[in-house]
Design a protein around this ligand. Structure first.
Ligand code: ADQ
Length: 464
């Protein structure tokens, strides 16, 4: 069986894996020989051209260092100030600094040069996310003929937004150098196909430079998931119970609404708190009866737009506290830190409502984890944004337009008033969907499609 080489911006660190993705990919590497390749987390003046192997809790990891300057242009710059906002349709928050693209390209070249000597001819390479779109091009330029797959964890932008991204044609050409491109949702594949069709040589007359040939690249949706049964077990573990008991002391018999997110403008946090404010404003019977817990650890906080989102959220939470808090009742708790998965699972289970309202999201694993953690005899209700990839799977949730805070407030009211039998039947449908999209099947199905043995006929399928 061919080895698997996983490539991502950062390699996993020591200690308990932070997320389901790292756990699933570790499992894949444990089953098949192979290694994980990426940045070490170290910034140095003169990086070595060779990768260093390290054993990280039994996982084989190959790492490279980067210069501070390149890392800034590649990570905070092109990846997170151009690609992240524009792929989330927030061109208004993008900084179109033309100097960053070179750094982005240079880091991808550096990755390719350090990775190439480690490869065997039949290794299968799985590249993750928007930081590394050019990696296949760079590897192929150095002569690699391996099967290379790419998975985009974030949404694919609509064609008109894509046109506004500097160097977008280079990026699309880079995507065409992969054998398989996986996306989260059908919506993303449709956006990609729309671009690909308009860029086909047949439709662009007389300017071959404007076209990208995708005939050798297969593109499909592979919606990521979690391990919902593992969350069900975690939610009743001793660590979860400890957390639940702490929270119960604060709650008394109030019902809990929970939000858990990285502090990122794509997650719709200010709109979410405003919707809660509207619920309390328009339906006074919920005052003293509910409590909103928002857990949101800072993320990418060297970037101005993230600092601004954080300040906006501080101010809205302060306003809601000022309007509604009393000596013996607080409407919300806002915790700016991360918790381990057992604690989160316990809190999810305790919460009558899971409020997952990103303005746009590739998938959103919090929705999966919330469903997995529920008590089957007394489950909570998921209020979910239509613009999360998860909405394609979880149509038994209360789906909302997160920009419309009246609609979200109304969904909160419906969720809090929902009778037990409806909560159970909706949750059963959601849990079946979460199980059908679990993370082990996700990684297996992507690799099965990428592996040559599973391919028929010519070995490629045209998407156009
Ligand atoms: P993220 O934008 O990080 O991921 P999401 O999928 O919601 O978004 O969360 C990833 C993980 O982080 C989850 O396992 C969650 O438990 C954890 N997490 C979030 N907030 C936390 C907190 N406060 N404390 C501790 N842990 C927390 C990107 C894309 C998503 C896509 C994933 C996976 O943006 O759309 O679902 O990749 O492909």
């Amino acid at each position: 069986m061919s080895r698997i080489v996983i490539v991502s911006n950062r390699t996993p660190g020591k200690g308990p894996a932070a997320g389901g993705l790292a756990v699933a990919l570790r499992k894949t590497l444990a089953e098949r020989e192979g290694f994980w390749f990426g940045w070490s987390g170290r910034l140095v003046e003169q990086p070595s051209s060779e990768a260093r192997f390290e054993d990280v809790d039994g996982l084989k990891v190959a790492q490279v260092d980067l210069t501070r300057q390149d890392h800034h242009a590649y990570y905070a710059g092109f990846s997170n100030s151009i690609l992240w906002p524009s792929f989330h349709l927030r061109l208004d928050l993008a900084t179109l600094d033309s100097t960053w693209y070179e750094g982005y390209r240079r880091v991808n070249q550096q990755f390719a040069r350090a990775l190439l000597p480690l490869l065997k001819a039949d290794d299968i390479i799985w590249v993750h996310d928007y930081h590394l779109i050019p990696l296949a091009s760079e590897l192929r330029a150095l002569g690699a003929r391996n099967r290379i797959g790419f998975y985009l964890h974030i949404p694919f932008p609509t064609a008109d937004t894509l046109y506004a991204i500097p160097n977008h044609l280079d990026l699309m050409r880079d995507l065409s150098r992969y054998d398989l491109v996986g996306m989260q949702a059908n919506r993303d594949v449709a956006a990609f196909t729309e671009f690909a069709e308009h860029q086909s040589p047949a439709s662009i007359s007389g300017d071959p430079l404007q076209s990208v040939d995708f005939s050798r690249t297969e593109v499909d949706a592979f919606p990521i998931g979690s391990d919902p049964d593992a969350f069900a077990r975690l939610a009743v573990s001793p660590a979860a119970t400890k957390m639940v008991n702490r929270m119960r002391r604060v709650l008394g018999d109030q019902r809990l609404i929970i939000g858990v997110d990285r502090l990122d403008y794509s997650k719709g946090l200010p709109q979410r708190v405003e919707a809660y404010e509207k619920l309390l404003t328009h339906d006074a019977r919920f005052r003293r009866q509910v409590h909103f817990l928002q857990v949101a650890p800072p993320s990418r906080d060297t970037i101005k737009e993230y600092q601004e989102t954080s300040e906006t959220l501080d101010s809205i939470c302060g306003r809601v506290m000022g309007r509604f808090a009393e000596l013996d009742w607080q409407p919300l708790t806002y915790v700016k830190r991360a918790y381990g998965q057992p604690s989160l699972a316990g809190l999810y289970r305790l919460a009558r409502v899971g409020l997952v309202t990103p303005l746009r999201d590739g998938m959103n694993l919090v929705a999966h984890e919330y469903i997995g953690s529920q008590n089957p005899a007394d489950p909570g209700v998921l209020v979910l944004s239509r613009f999360a990839g998860a909405a394609e799977i979880f149509d038994a949730a209360l789906l909302v337009n997160p920009f419309d805070t009246d609609e979200t407030a109304e969904a909160l009211r419906l969720a809090l008033d929902m009778p037990l039998d409806e909560r159970i039947s909706r949750w059963q449908t959601l849990m079946a969907a979460a199980r059908a999209h679990n993370i082990d099947d996700w990684s297996r199905s992507f690799l099965d499609r990428l592996a040559p043995a599973s391919r028929n006929g010519s070995g490629t399928r045209d998407i156009l």
